[in-house]
Design a protein around this ligand. Sequence first.
Ligand SMILES: Nc1nc2c(ncn2[C@@H]2O[C@H](COP(=O)(O)OP(=O)(O)O)[C@@H](O)[C@H]2O)c(=O)[nH]1
Ligand SMILES: [Mg+2]
Length: 291
Amino acid sequence: MTRSGFVSVVGRPNVGKSTLVNALVGEKVAITSPRPQTTRNTIRGVATNGDTQLVLVDTPGLHKPRNVLGERLNLLVYGSIAEADAVLFVLDAGQPIGPGDRLIAERLTEANAPVVVAVNKTDRASGDEVLAQLARAGEWGFAAYVPISALKGHGLDALREEVEGLMPEGPLFFPPDMHSDQPDRLLAAELVREKYLGRLREELPHSLAVVVDDIEERDNGALFVPVSIYVERNSQKGMVIGKGGELIKTVGVEARTELERLFGVPVFLDLRVKVEKDWQRKDETLDRMGF
Ligand SMILES: Nc1nc2c(ncn2[C@@H]2O[C@H](COP(=O)(O)OP(=O)(O)O)[C@@H](O)[C@H]2O)c(=O)[nH]1
Ligand SMILES: [Mg+2]
């Protein structure tokens, strides 16, 4: 009998949720960055191990919402918890447990699904710090606690075992060789955004949205990918393009190289920068952008 279930991966921004999902899937399905609030939608990564399948739902970090986008992101997370067979709650071993973590823990206590706590980034914390973190989190009384490093791959087998044991019996949801249910155009948009994060100064990453409309397959098998890069103000356009088009060129080359590796065919990226005033605050614009 096979086992298969949905696992909602939750935690504060930047604790390493997306890195963990990629590590468990064994392939990049979600973008990551040193900046908080990199993940803006729920991406499902599929990890099949023998006759057990985990459908890992990577979520945006829960945080105090500052605008309509923030509110929608939090609702996404709560929805994902409600539908989950198990929850993976990720903590940072090197950061004190804060009000953000406690809020999530409270929500999870009320939820029906069993919770496995992963204390992540053990590669950057001392043994004592990791133990103290496990003890503090242990007071919540969840199903299991596992120290891991998603980046270095430490502790992942133990974590997988705990989570797999919580999956209900039933048919696999996806073919075993499938890694994500994310459409190619979403992955392409996310990869372009990832290349920009970390390269833009302070507040600009929050003003950035990337949308890929339909990807076209050309006769020679190459893919034509039309990419719209939205900023909120005219003054931000130049920052995204860079001096003499330098930045947009670098981003384009990096994203194209990665997409060609993932898709296995030549890719042509058509990058356009557009101004959409206050897109984060407008319901109608968010709908159009697919949030
Ligand atoms: N040292 C270390 N860094 C990590 C680990 N896991 C994630 N990170 C880093 O933490 C940052 C945030 O990771 P990300 O997966 O985007 O976090 P998310 O916001 O929770 O999805 C990135 O710079 C990651 O490389 C880990 O196990 N060890
Ligand atoms: Mg993330």
